[in-house]
Design a protein around this ligand. Structure first.
Ligand code: HEM
Length: 131
């Protein structure tokens, strides 16, 4: 029986596992590892704060979540397929580690953000094509 997400330590566990599950030959991992050469010591603490804000009412996250994705999109246009793959990896990570209302909330929030961004990037990239 798995437990639910209930602390910042639990958030660290799923965030670490999520980014570890990415490989440079998959659609999304390739962007983190080969395109953006992400500095994990910088990225992971931001993601702990971000998820703490979404799930446990934390106030440490100070950032602009869309910003780095706009930069990524200039190098690799982000598509629905990227966001769908991101969601599959995220959902599988949560399901492998936790269960309960907070785990469901994490998946729902991630899904809703991914859907909104997928729509925005699709729209922006279509506009760019006809300009
Ligand atoms: C197509 C899928 C995605 C890709 C390729 C992607 C890629 C990235 C990259 C390269 C960064 C910058 C890392 C760094 O250098 O520090 C980043 C930051 C971030 N991502 Fe994503 N991401 C994706 C989807 C998402 C989704 C769906 C969420 C939210 C549920 C999300 C939340 C964030 C946040 C909060 C940051 C930190 C923003 C800040 O600087 O404050 N990402 N992402």
């Amino acid at each position: 029986m798995k437990s639910d997400i209930s602390s910042k330590e639990d958030i660290q566990v799923f965030v670490n596992a999520f980014y570890k599950s990415m490989t440079s030959d998959d659609l999304v991992g390739h962007i983190f590892l080969d395109v953006m050469h992400v500095d994990w010591d910088h990225h992971l603490p931001k993601m702990y704060d971000f998820w703490e804000m979404l799930l446990l009412d934390g106030h440490s996250y100070k950032g602009a979540p869309m910003q780095p994705h706009l930069l990524v999109n200039q190098i690799v246009p982000l598509t629905k397929a990227h966001f769908e793959h991101w969601i599959t990896l995220f959902t599988n990570t949560i399901d492998s580690l936790f269960e309960g209302p907070k785990a469901e909330e994490a998946k729902t929030k991630a899904y809703n953000i991914a859907q909104t961004w997928a729509y925005k990037f699709d729209y922006m990239n279509k506009l760019d094509k006809i300009r």
